[in-house]
Design a protein around this ligand. Structure first.
Ligand code: NAD
Length: 339
């Protein structure tokens, strides 16, 4: 049986991870789990990268990490465990799928406009190196790194994924009109790679215009690839189009290690109350099952989830307020009852 590493995370992390693993177990998913030590409480134990050496070793051996959201302690001298994990294992592409879900009402679902957008965000470079310093007491400077190989690996991933998905269109979001050298390089590489995929309609849209077009005609987009910071912002915008962060899964793809997690954070305002929505983590888990070739398990769980949502079953963060909200555990049990 395949074994994967699981890090439950902080805040609502353990609650939603337990709910998802409960669903996996009920669906008899043929996986074994090794729980690893990662997150804020590991920083507190004195590990400045937020993970124990044993956790790092296990993840590198198993190759797959299924993780809950994690909090980075505030202040100088500590780096985000999420960013560290992506960099350490060169998970260069962040793949986020945003789809209309029946039962999750949005202005678009009410208007009968279907959404199926995959955002591919470069995951390592850009301003996320955190290379910044005070130039003078009143001037702060940040460095932005965009490389040809770094751009090429994520853009190539996006084209390959678009081809497999039978996408109609792949769009590069950028600000090359202003940042001519950095975004200019990303855009140049995009069109170089595009030549190898003549069957795909490849185009580009300036990122501010892209935001406007995404909120007015989201159905015209299919796959969108962006640099790190712009991709982060645009993907949260896309989460809003399909009902919010509770429905936004993500996969961090590398050549050796892949990390599957929800887009949202630790939701400290609702942590410990057993009321969080586990759907985003469950959708991330379903994508992980497909990545591992466990198509049947993925289909059983996905169909049960979609049917549950269609029935109007919901947690407190969405859905018809006339129908009482279920807590996290009850919501997981409702999905299991629909297998
Ligand atoms: P957040 O995503 O945790 O919360 C934003 C809002 O959405 C809150 O009101 C929260 O209650 C709600 N929300 C989020 N997930 C939900 C869910 N599953 N069900 C119901 N409601 C949900 O964002 P934030 O408050 O900006 O960040 C909190 C912490 O999470 C920070 O420490 C941040 O660094 C961390 N974070 C971690 C990750 C990650 O691990 N990948 C990602 C983003 C933020």
């Amino acid at each position: 049986m395949t074994k994967i590493a699981v890090a439950k995370g902080d805040g609502i992390g353990p609650e939603i991870m337990d709910a998802v693993l409960h669903i996996f177990t009920a669906a008899k998913v043929p996986l074994e789990y090794e729980v690893v030590e990662m997150g804020k409480w590991v920083f507190d134990k004195g590990y400045s990268n937020g993970m124990t050496p044993e956790a790092k070793q296990t993840i590198e051996t198993l190759g797959i990490l299924f993780k809950g959201p994690m909090e980075t302690p505030k202040g100088k001298g500590v780096k985000s465990v999420n960013v560290t994990a992506r960099k350490t294992w060169n998970t260069y592409a962040n793949n986020r799928v945003f789809q209309t879900l029946h039962g999750v009402d949005t202005v678009f679902s009410k208007a009968g406009i279907p959404i199926d957008i995959t955002v591919v965000r470069e995951n390592i470079e850009d301003t996320y190196g955190g290379v910044e310093h005070m130039l003078t007491h009143d001037v702060a400077l940040s460095r932005r790194l965009i490389t040809r190989p770094g751009s090429e690996q994520v853009i190539r991933y996006a084209f390959e994924m678009a081809k497999k998905k039978r996408a109609r269109r792949i769009t590069c979001g950028h600000k090359a009109n202003i940042m001519k050298i950095t975004d200019g390089l990303f855009l140049e590489v995009f069109y170089e790679v595009a030549k190898e995929y003549p069957a795909l309609k490849a185009d580009d849209v300036i990122v501010d215009d892209l935001c406007m077009k995404l909120v007015t005609r989201p159905d015209t987009f299919d796959v969108v690839v962006l640099t790190n910071l712009q991709g982060d912002i645009v993907s949260d915008l896309c989460a809003g189009l399909v009902g919010g962060l509770g429905f936004a899964p993500s996969a961090n793809i590398g050549d050796h290690i892949c990390i599957f997690e929800a887009v949202h954070g630790t939701a400290p305002d609702i942590a410990g109350k057993n009321i969080a929505n586990p759907t985003a983590l469950l959708l991330s888990g379903i994508a992980m099952l497909r990545h591992l070739g466990l198509m049947e398990s993925a289909a059983i769980i996905e169909n049960a989830l979609l049917y549950t949502l269609e029935q109007g079953v919901h947690t407190g963060d969405f859905g018809n307020k006339a129908i009482p909200a279920l807590n996290t555990t009850q919501f997981a049990d409702a999905i299991i009852s629909n297998f």
